[in-house]
Design a protein around this ligand. Sequence first.
Ligand code: PGA
Length: 253
Amino acid sequence: MTSRTPLIAGNWKMNKTGTQAVEAASRLKSLVNGVRGVQIMIAPTYTALSQVAQVLKGSAIALGAQDLFWEKQGAFTGKISSEMLVDAGCSHVIIGHSERRQFFGETDQTVNRKIRAAISEKLIPVFCIGESEAERDAGDTFSVLDKQVRVGLKDFVSDDLSGIVVAYEPIWAIGTGKTATREQAQEAHQFIRSLLDTLFGKPFANTVRVLYGGSVKPDNVRALMEMPDVDGALVGGASLDPETFSKLVFFND
Ligand code: PGA
């Protein structure tokens, strides 16, 4: 089996001013100093990106944004391009988060365009998918994931997608304190990896990292990470406090 370096990623959502983000990033930087065998990413809000990039210089923590727009530039009030994110110091960008799908009209088609825009600037997309509670209850989890992956990654070849990260986030587990069991997570991750194998071949499927997201906390991270197809975590609430987040980073200790 190919070994995949775990990625622990924090999505700060609409939290922390620039000053607060700098403070939290500095604290996190010292807490995770010396960590080995785990990659770390944090995604502050846009207005904090440049300042946090300065703080993270020389650390092992990568900087991500929470979204982007697919056009390169122009009359698109309120939007931000992949080039702007790179210029601000980002290496990663979260795309298709369920909150964007739920509140801001994100669709599998717009996700596809955003992934294309990200990789055109060599930004690593953290491509989010996941079913709602109603979809799970109706037995539709796999068909929902299947569609999200097929449309989100439509018209790409494996070379385009090298480095991409997939995040499986069951919507019913996000911010609710209701984590998927590790068996539920493993089952979904295995399904996603085998679909990626069908679409892009085994070498790609074996190397792509599939993160779990949804109420990941210090007391459940280890059990989740023990599952063979869980390659990391995308963390909301528990990423806001540097002490708590660093416990996730050191899940193995
Ligand atoms: P949560 O959020 O950890 O607060 O459940 C996860 C996410 O939205 O990425």
